[in-house]
Design a protein around this ligand. Structure first.
Ligand SMILES: NC(=O)c1ccc[n+]([C@@H]2O[C@H](COP(=O)([O-])OP(=O)(O)OC[C@H]3O[C@@H](n4cnc5c(N)ncnc54)[C@H](OP(=O)(O)O)[C@@H]3O)[C@@H](O)[C@H]2O)c1
Length: 276
């Protein structure tokens, strides 16, 4: 979260301002981003002094960002590489692309750089709660990244939530399957609870209200109390009561424990497949 004593947010080139790039940008704008440039085909407006362009071919010639953030779909990065390469000789590149490796991105950029030039790529996996300053971002910095470049990325990412670092790049794929994709699993839980309420005969508006507030209230309780999740679960579970009955279904070995582990494995494998 924002730290009043922290250094100001630097000037950024953000390429791709959709669900994830847009979520991070919300947080950065709220915290006073230095004059920056956003590249996106779909965004309509950006408050001054920031500049919005539709295509990397339209980057202002005078613009020298302190950090380049890649936030397009992994399959779309190739189209931006040639335009990014000249800027990446001066500024580190923070990639939030699922699966794409530091080595793959480095090779792609170097193909458009003078001989001997070496871009610095920091690979991060944020999540969309960044939009409200409650993100979780885990990053990997290769050995060629300086302490200052790493600190710069941490400053930018910690403006939109919590940060952590891993020392093995491969761990980012598991992180992707848990905290990167994880908000979707939680939102699915809210959807299913709402549907169950409607099927149980509740008015739809009430089913929606209780599902949403239960998911968000439980999250806030977990965060503020610092109590372990299993203890918080036991606090809800009266012996012989309703919760125990429900949990005997959900916690059966072939139910949530198996399903969630299989889901995380599937997402991790997909992150590996996207690697290049
Ligand atoms: N969504 C998440 O929860 C999440 C979490 C962690 C990481 N990520 C990563 O973040 C990246 C973006 O995901 P997203 O869900 O935010 O995708 P998204 O909503 O599709 O946003 C990407 C945006 O970038 C635009 N774009 C891509 N290349 C461009 C270019 N060369 N010039 C101008 N605009 C360009 C896209 O426009 P077009 O559609 O027209 O190309 C789109 O508006 C992915 O690599 C993903 O792995 C996402």
């Amino acid at each position: 979260m924002a730290d009043a004593q922290a250094t100001p947010l630097p000037s950024i080139l953000l390429i791709g301002c959709g669900k994830m790039g847009g979520a991070m940008l919300e947080g950065w704008l709220a915290e006073g981003l230095a004059p920056s440039v956003v590249v996106d085909r779909h965004r309509d407006t950006l408050p001054a002094p920031h500049r919005l362009v539709r295509d990397v071919a339209d980057l202002p010639a005078d613009f020298r960002p302190a950090l380049i953030v890649l936030a397009m779909k992994p399959q779309k990065v190739a189209a931006a590489i040639a335009a990014v390469a000249p800027l990446a000789t001066h500024a580190p590149v923070l990639s939030v692309l699922a699966g794409r490796t530091v080595g793959g991105l480095t090779d792609a950029l170097r193909a458009h750089m003078p001989p001997g030039a070496h871009p610095v790529i920091i690979r991060s996996m944020p999540n969309t709660p960044a939009a409200v300053g409650e993100g979780m971002t885990v990053s990997y910095a290769p050995p060629c990244a300086s302490a200052a470049q790493r600190a710069l990325c941490d400053r930018v990412l910690s403006a939109v939530g919590q940060t952590a670092w891993v020392t093995h790049e491969d761990d980012i794929n598991v992180v992707t399957a848990i905290s990167g994709s994880g908000p979707a699993y939680v939102f699915l839980l809210a959807e299913l609870l709402e549907q169950a309420g409607i099927e149980g005969g509740l008015p739809p508006a009430l089913a929606r209200q209780i599902a949403r507030q239960t998911v968000s209230g439980a999250g806030v309780l977990m965060q503020r109390s610092g109590i372990d999740a299993d203890e918080l679960r036991r606090n809800v579970t009266s012996p012989g009561g309703t919760t125990q009955q429900a949990l005997s279904v959900l916690m059966a070995p072939d139910a949530w424990p198996a399903t969630l582990h299989a889901a995380v494995r599937a997402a991790t494998e997909r992150a590996h497949e996207l690697a290049s």
